[in-house]
Design a protein around this ligand. Structure first.
Ligand SMILES: *Cc1c(COP(=O)(O)O)cnc(C)c1O
Length: 225
């Protein structure tokens, strides 16, 4: 399948999901996750109309960035080691995986402009997943108040890998509730209006539950390696 064909199907699914819950499809941004595909395939995605690319490793991001330049909007979506921050900080537009104070400090130290960050939340509490526990999120964001180079644009989660729709829905709902609670605090550098949730197997449910950024790899660009 071409990226164009996949994207057409995904757009239809998003539209249908939006219609069911009364949302505007224009409010949902598709991030093409290119970690399993070549530069060529990433280029194909851009030609198909994709504007946002996501990578989960610094070397993958640098390789794609070198080939594709700063024109796409770049998202870092993976676990980020503090010592790797300096490699990617001036290349990415969004970091989806802010999950600890040491990382926040490193971003604050290295960023040359205000960095848009999602705070990653481990909603399901699975031991294998990264992210803050739900109850840690507000205290953490409060502690970031004086970080002039960090803007908490929203919250991000990875749902459990399951086909059980009720489990997925509950996960996304909890993230949305938490996002609304943070937004209501009106912290100047934490507008927290966005929700980065939904991947290839669960994005339709995520859109129904309020996602504003969905991160799509296999369903959009496929998997080459
Ligand atoms: C790989 C990855 C995705 C995309 O996964 P697919 O299931 O292939 O769509 C989304 N988010 C994160 C954090 C990832 O690491």
């Amino acid at each position: 399948m071409t990226v164009r064909d996949n994207l057409a199907i995904i757009r239809e699914n998003i539209e249908a999901a939006c219609q069911r819950v009364g949302r505007n499809p224009a409010d949902i941004r598709i991030v093409a996750v290119t970690k399993y595909v070549s530069v060529e395939r990433a280029k194909e995605a851009l030609e198909a109309g994709i504007t946002d690319l996501g990578e989960n490793r610094d070397d993958g991001l640098l390789q794609k960035y070198e080939a594709l330049g700063s024109e796409p909007t770049w998202h870092f979506i993976g676990t980020l080691q503090s010592r790797k921050v300096k490699n990617i900080i001036d290349k990415v537009d969004y970091i989806h995986s802010l999950d600890r104070m040491s990382l926040a400090k490193e971003i604050e130290k290295r960023a040359t402009k205000r960095m848009k960050c999602f705070v990653q939340v481990n909603v399901s509490g699975e031991a294998t997943k990264h992210g803050l526990a739900k109850e840690e999120v507000i205290p953490f964001i409060e502690q970031l108040r004086d970080f002039s180079r960090i803007e908490v644009v929203g919250l991000m989660t990875m749902a459990p890998y399951t086909d059980d729709e009720s489990v997925l829905r509950a996960c996304f709902r909890q993230l949305k509730l938490l996002q609304e609670n943070v937004q209501a605090l009106h912290i100047p550098n934490a507008p927290c209006t966005e929700l980065s949730m939904g991947m290839s197997n669960d994005y339709v449910i995520a859109v129904e539950e309020g996602a504003t950024f969905i991160r799509l790899g296999t369903s959009l660009v496929g998997k080459e390696f």
